[in-house]
Design a protein around this ligand. Structure first.
Ligand SMILES: NC(=O)c1ccc[n+]([C@@H]2O[C@H](COP(=O)([O-])OP(=O)(O)OC[C@H]3O[C@@H](n4cnc5c(N)ncnc54)[C@H](O)[C@@H]3O)[C@@H](O)[C@H]2O)c1
Length: 359
């Protein structure tokens, strides 16, 4: 039986949606369309081939719990879509580093690392024979992300970077993975139908129809810990870069743009609201304005993309691909090593799965 052994850094809402989704679709029939996944059988791997083997956390209520319970522990607030059976994976205590901003210490319920000591991450990855390490650290975790990327290499794991620190899209880090003989996929997950893909599609529409886009902005509101963490501007520098470049990279001229998380509204919980405005000129220099509003449950929006990414990471390991996996990264991330229009990225990925592209 094929098997993909997965380890997680951060057991927050995204990890919860991923694990629940894996359970929800475990009996999905091949050659059917499943919302949010590219394929039920992705290059020979079914969703149920994924096995979670390790998880790292700093929340004292999550550490030591079985992963099946930790994913439903507060402050997680993602909707429940599946009962998850006992997974026999005890959540390990993680090095805190810069994963927790001062204003998040209380809400993340951080354990006493000095008194209790953190786990040897590389040893846990080796002991559990993890093959793919998925990074779900909070935005702004610069040092911690680099630490876990290095742990992945030291333990022989592929690295899937779901958040906006630049690893797969950074030349030096991509080379490190190349030298380690391992694949890296990133950076910053692009949700199924989220703010980024919607914004990109509207800009693409204007360009395809000969509209000059003069200015655009995107405002995002949410009420979970991801949004609370991002209320401190200095933690979200890379997030703004990632989200802005995802849009401006499509446009062959300078485009005044403002994009980013904009407000924390606690009662929204895991719901995210996004407003996009785009102003431009069409025939005869006549004005055109497009306003769009998107309302989604944020975490399930990325769960399926990550299920596809984990299977891509395993295929990359099987094919001994080293360094950045370009096709899948362009398709699935906001800040990949190479930005191309989304239909092209999808075609690259299909070709890569079929063995018609190297990476
Ligand atoms: N739609 C999406 O869900 C989506 C899309 C794009 C990017 N992301 C990114 O994915 C990341 C995770 O998102 P989330 O919604 O799960 O956030 P979250 O706040 O729910 O989860 C983050 C978890 O990391 C834990 N943590 C903090 N420091 C740690 C450390 N040093 N080691 C291990 N764990 C630590 C926290 O306790 C928390 O449980 C964020 O950076 C987010 O921006 C999510």
């Amino acid at each position: 039986m094929p098997e993909i052994r997965v380890a997680l850094v951060g057991v927050g809402n995204s990890a919860s949606a991923l694990i629940q989704g894996t359970q929800y679709y475990k009996d999905a029939k091949e050659n059917t369309t499943v919302p949010g996944l590219m394929h039920v059988n992705f290059g020979g791997y079914h969703i149920r081939d994924m096995k979670f083997v390790a998880a790292f956390e700093v929340n004292k209520d999550k550490i030591g719990k079985d992963l099946s319970e930790a994913i439903f522990t507060k402050p997680n607030c993602v909707v429940k879509i599946a009962d998850v059976p006992h997974l026999n994976v005890k959540v390990s205590s993680a090095p805190i580093m810069d994963g927790v901003a001062p204003h998040m210490r209380e809400v993340f319920n951080v354990y006493d690392e000095k008194a209790e000591g953190s786990t040897d991450v590389v040893q846990v990855l080796k002991d559990t024979k993890a093959q793919v390490l998925v990074n779900y650290l909070p935005v702004g975790s610069r040092e911690a992300t680099r630490f876990y990327a290095q742990c992945a290499m030291d333990a022989g794991c592929a690295f899937v970077n779901c958040m906006p620190e630049f690893i797969a899209s950074n030349k030096d880090w991509a080379e490190k993975f190349e030298h380690a003989g391992l694949p890296v996929l990133g950076d910053d997950i692009k949700s199924q139908v989220g703010a980024t893909i919607l914004h990109r599609s509207l800009v693409r529409l204007c360009l395809d129809r000969g509209v000059i886009v003069d200015e655009t902005y995107q405002l995002n509101l949410g009420g979970d810990t991801d949004f609370l963490n991002m209320t401190v501007e200095e933690r979200l520098k890379t997030k703004r870069v990632s989200k802005t470049e995802a849009v401006t990279s499509l446009v062959p001229y300078e485009l005044p743009t403002r994009i980013g998380p904009s407000d924390y509204v606690h009662f929204l919980n895991n719901k995210k609201i996004c407003y996009i405005t785009l102003k431009g000129r069409k025939f005869g220099d006549r004005p055109i304005t497009i306003n769009a509003k998107l309302e989604v449950e944020d975490s399930p929006n990325s769960g399926g993309v990550v299920i596809d990414l984990i299977r891509a990471a395993k295929i990359a390991l099987d094919r001994k691909i080293t360094g950045s996996l370009l096709s899948m990264s362009s398709y699935a991330f906001k800040h990949p090593p190479i930005q191309v229009p989304d239909p092209q990225a999808r075609q690259w990925t299909e070709d890569w799965i079929a063995g018609k592209r190297d990476r």
